[in-house]
Ligand binder design. Structure first.
Ligand SMILES: C[S@@+](CC[C@H](N)C(=O)[O-])C[C@H]1O[C@@H](n2cnc3c(N)ncnc32)[C@H](O)[C@@H]1O
Length: 462
């Protein structure tokens, strides 16, 4: 037993050194489970035997790759944290496109891209911004990840409804084709050539990034540094900063906590989103709503900016007050985001037995039912979520969509009018509960758009 414990400790050290995942510092049970599973999978009698497989000159490399795929967390979806994409659309990309009008070239890197939703979202956004001028530009987007299996899936460009939950039906129809599998979509071929995927370990940027990883106009490294731990995240941020072109932009995720901002980078805050640029590049006049002062030192999680709310109005909740402390919810999201929808649904069903009054669980139950094409269960679950929490605007919205898509135009419109009422009752930058970063203003626009086709259909009937 002692030998097994010692083997576990050595393996843990190796995993952390190899991936940078200090995330596991206090998650022994989880890491142990994953290592035990891999050991069983390869037929190793115990963890000491598994160490031998990893060290083997013939099998070792392939097994490390398989292990990387299970110890990393690949949660992602299209247009995740829509307010960051709004900043990209309204400020960062226009700035870059203006600066590059002559050379007409942009190099973009999505570092830690998982199954590709992030770099493909960028490709979609660039197409929208450039429109007819797109063919006259060369835009190279590279998506990298340590998890090779995630990249294999990224290259296929096929996604479940779950991964597209950040998009409306209209947006989805523009950028995706229905796949042969039910409830699945294929990214339209026209977006694919601009995105290349390559396996890359971010730790290879330390201590100095090699030349081939320099000169990027835009780097997104979102929701990756969170796994590294503060002492490793700071040098990584510095290395990523060195990979920027002289006028480049670097965006990290909201949860990527950092202890120190490297001296060679400026922090530019645009609304609730914080981005980094090489020191001295940004003049305040250049960036609307940019603030020159660094963020508050006590917290690197940026809360949405709220005006006080009217006390009596029904209020959508904010993410800040509804953070998923609940392990079940975290696990359900992670399972679903990694494509394990059936497991996520089972976990959700189990969690609902334990917490039948948790509206968020009913909401996820509904999204998972929808992903499985079970509209009846989805509708019932959304109605339960709303019954338990009448101000959960995302549940109203999805119920509205479901009804509209199912041909119940009148009921769908009624539900959408509740959505617009709830959205209007709060400041438009209010981040919505379980809305994956969606703000009240954005949802309001979506609700209006969702109702429009139904009105057109009705108007065109004799
Ligand atoms: C939570 S996902 C984030 C995906 C995407 N950036 C997003 O925000 O939607 C984190 C990704 O970082 C990758 N990752 C973790 N450690 C890495 C490393 N050392 N080098 C490269 N990628 C890494 C994981 O494999 C995983 O796919």
């Amino acid at each position: 037993m002692k030998a097994e414990e010692a083997a576990y400790k050595r393996l843990k050290q190796a995993v952390v050194a190899h991936t940078g995942h200090h995330y596991y510092d206090d998650k022994d049970a989880l890491l142990r489970k994953r290592l035990d599973e891999r050991a069983r999978e390869v037929g190793a009698p115990n963890l000491a035997g598994y160490e031998t497989v990893l060290a083997d000159p013939v099998t070792g490399d392939a097994e490390w790759r398989a292990l990387e795929a299970v110890v990393t967390v690949g949660e992602t979806f299209f247009f995740r944290h829509s307010e960051q994409f709004a900043v990209l659309r309204d400020t960062i990309l226009p700035n870059l496109l203006n600066a590059a009008t002559n050379r007409r070239r942009l190099r973009i890197w999505s570092a830690g891209c998982s199954t590709g939703a992030e770099p493909y979202s960028l490709a979609i956004l660039i197409e929208r911004l450039l429109g007819d001028a797109l063919p006259t530009w060369r835009v190279d987007i590279i998506g990298t990840d340590i998890n090779e299996q995630a990249l294999v899936n990224a290259r296929k460009g096929r996604y479940s409804a779950w991964s597209l939950r950040g998009m409306t039906d209209v947006e989805r129809a523009r950028d995706f084709d229905a796949d042969i599998r039910p409830s699945a979509w294929r990214l339209h071929e026209r977006h694919r050539p601009r995105v290349e995927f390559r396996r890359h370990n971010l730790l290879d940027l330390l201590p100095e990034p090699p030349a081939e990883w320099r000169g990027f106009d835009l780097i997104l490294c979102r929701n990756v540094l969170i796994y590294f731990g503060a002492h490793q995240a700071a040098p990584m941020l510095s290395a990523l900063g060195q990979c920027l072109s002289s006028g480049g932009w670097l965006m990290i995720g909201y949860s990527d906590a950092l202890a120190d901002i490297p001296p060679e980078l400026d922090v530019v805050q645009i609304e609730a989103t914080r981005v980094f640029r090489p020191r001295g590049v940004t003049k305040l006049a250049e960036v609307p709503a940019a603030l020159s002062e660094p963020p508050a030192p006590e917290s690197h999680r940026l809360p949405p900016r709220h005006a006080p709310r009217p006390a009596e109005a029904p209020q959508p909740r904010v993410i800040a007050s509804a953070r998923a402390e609940d392990r079940d919810l975290d696990r359900i999201r992670t399972l679903a985001d990694t494509g394990r929808l059936e497991e996520a649904a089972l976990r959700c069903a189990g969690a609902l037995q334990a917490h039948p009054l948790d509206h968020r669980l009913h909401y996820y139950d509904a999204l998972l039912a929808q992903a499985a094409n079970d509209r009846t269960r989805a509708e019932a679950a959304l109605r339960r979520a709303i019954y338990l929490s009448n101000d959960m605007v995302m549940a109203h919205y999805h119920l509205g969509l479901l009804l509209l898509q199912g041909g119940a135009a009148e009921s769908g419109r009624r539900v959408m009018s509740v959505v617009t009422e709830l959205c209007r009752a709060v400041p438009e930058d209010t981040v919505l509960e379980e809305g994956d970063g969606l703000r009240a203003g954005d949802l309001l626009a979506r609700a209006v758009l969702a109702v429009e086709p139904a009105m057109v259909d009705q108007a065109s009937q004799p």
